[in-house]
Design a protein around this ligand. Structure first.
Ligand code: 4H3
Length: 249
């Protein structure tokens, strides 16, 4: 996959992309990244990228022309990629969207600053708008980093442990189960017996039950969207019974 990042602080995204799984994906050749500094696409001596908003009000707006020039430069090396602007007004990213994006040949990500970008640039050149959640950031760079991380870990061959992406939260429309490592007892808290049993079928059922229970407790909205199988219904019923026993017992 080829990902281009355009903005005023592309080096912030670059630093993030050098470490961990995203860094490894680049070393492996599964991912190629290019970073474009908006200032390099200005034509005036002061390298102006922003100006005051028409109609007045606080803050500045990123001008269309430097953005257009930067996007055109990115497109020259990445013609098949759609141009995505990170903004709170975009489609909200979730697991399904991440899988959709991971199947693309590439992405050109535009990170805004200040009050945002001139809307005419969005109309003329941006293909899609994406949001990483319902809150405002001071720049699109952090949102771009979030999107890149989520997408790149889904690229074939990028995860060290192939199963870990499949078993993560949201993959089955459920939250992930809790995890434990050594020691067996830490500050008076023991690892659940089932996980020490060596009985793989019992462990599988325990994990599924915990996933269902957590999702029911913390994200009931996810359960509404998901059909439960026969085993899942039984396990969730068990979880609810035990939970209520805990609550009132
Ligand atoms: C994305 C970008 C939130 C998100 C963002 C999100 C700064 C967009 C500027 C930048 C505009 C003004 N905030 N939720 N902020 O994904 O370019 O909002």
């Amino acid at each position: 996959m080829e990902i281009d990042v355009i903005g005023l602080f592309p080096q912030a995204v670059r630093g993030f992309c050098e470490v961990g799984m995203v860094g490894r994906a680049q070393a492996q050749g599964a991912l190629a990244m290019r970073f474009w500094d908006l200032r390099d696409f200005t034509l005036d001596r002061r390298h102006t990228v922003d100006d005051r908003p028409y109609g007045g009000g606080p803050g500045m707006v990123l001008m269309a022309e430097p953005l257009q020039a930067a996007i055109e430069a990115a497109k020259r090396g990445n013609a098949d990629s759609r141009v995505a602007y990170l903004s709170p007004a975009g489609r909200v990213l979730n697991h399904d969207a991440v899988m959709e994006l991971a199947a693309r040949p590439g992405l050109i990500l535009v990170a805004g600053r200040y009050e945002g970008v001139d809307e005419r640039l969005v109309q003329a050149t941006v293909d899609e708008e994406w949001s990483v959640g319902d809150y405002v950031l001071s720049g699109g760079e952090a949102a771009a980093a979030v999107m890149i991380d989520a997408v790149v870990r889904q690229l074939p061959g990028v995860l060290g442990h192939e199963d870990s992406a499949r078993e993560d939260s949201f993959v089955e429309g459920l939250l992930d189960c809790p995890h434990y490592t050594r020691p067996e007892e830490w500050r008076g808290q023991k690892v659940p017996d089932t996980l020490l049993s060596g009985d793989h079928e019992r462990i599988r059922r325990w994990r599924l039950k915990e996933s269902l229970g957590r999702t029911w407790l913390r994200r009931p909205d996810l359960l509404v969207l998901r059909e439960l199988g026969a085993e899942e219904r039984v396990l969730l019923e068990e979880f609810k019974q035990e939970y209520r026993g805990h609550e009132y017992g």
